[in-house]
Write a protein that binds this ligand. Sequence first.
Ligand code: TXA
Ligand code: MG
Length: 308
Amino acid sequence: MGGKYATETLGSDEGGIARAAAILRDGGLVAVPTETVYGLAARADRADAAARIYEAKGRPSFNPLIVHVASLDAAREIAVFDDTAETLAVKYWPGPLTLVLPRRRDASLAPAVTAGLDTVAIRMPNHPVMRDILREIDFPLAAPSANRSGFISPTTAAHVLASLDGRIDAVIDGGACKAGVESTIVAVREGGEIEILRPGPLEIAARLSEGGIEAPGQLASHYAPGKPVRLDVTSADRDEFIIGFSEVKGDCSLSPEGDLDEAASRLYACLHLAAASKKPRIAVAPVPETGIGKAINDRLRRAATPPD
Ligand code: TXA
Ligand code: MG
């Protein structure tokens, strides 16, 4: 695709993981599968490495990154855990939960990672490849979703290359991601109150934040497929690529059986297909607003909102 890097595709075997760890140690960029989506990883403790993430994605510098760690002990070196945070981490880690917590003053994090905030977003992922890499290295990894800023998130190595080939050092091909939508983000406020900043695979009982641009991934337009998207459609127009669900058949289907977990895991693959099709517009069948359906509809609404 042309770009300043000759992007390598690595296997998810021992050799691929050792190569990925070596590139990361040197401050390079490697796209890595996680249980949610592919992340674009770089070491979080070096300014030059963090800067490369923003450059490769074309990400605005005010949008902070999630820090990925191998263990709760490693997380405690970066953020302040009160009882609430401790309980959530013990219950849900490793897994698709990101905690926004006060940043420790002595945390060795490049300032760009937290974009100047005094909080930090942190998670311990549960994917064998990401975990193997984190075990091989002795620094935390900053990793946003491995796509150009504002576009559809990647759930396969092919999606990563479609967006970032020539812009990153390597991608590890670990197959399709299981959950398919990004982690649930929960902020733990002083006094232990919790707030959902982004709905995701984990359902946690708490208020959904209405708070401005604190989580800029929450901007109204995101995951943009580059054409108009119409939601809650049961019968599509002839120039629409329809993404089906349950009894609404489509050009592809999130889940013919109406299974919401399957729908989440196929969401971005369907949006990538729709974006690449010859049809100029996209229609999407209704998806129930229950369980992980809330995260699916959150992403669909943003995909349907035109960029400024
Ligand atoms: O599942 C995931 O979370 C994936 C995988 C790769 O781990 N990562 C991911 O990263 O979705 P990204 O950068 O696409 O989304 C991170 C979100 C953004 O909306 C960002 O604004 C928010 O987290 N965020 C990061 N630090 C924050 C902070 N200190 N306070 C509030 N929001 C924060
Ligand atoms: Mg993203």
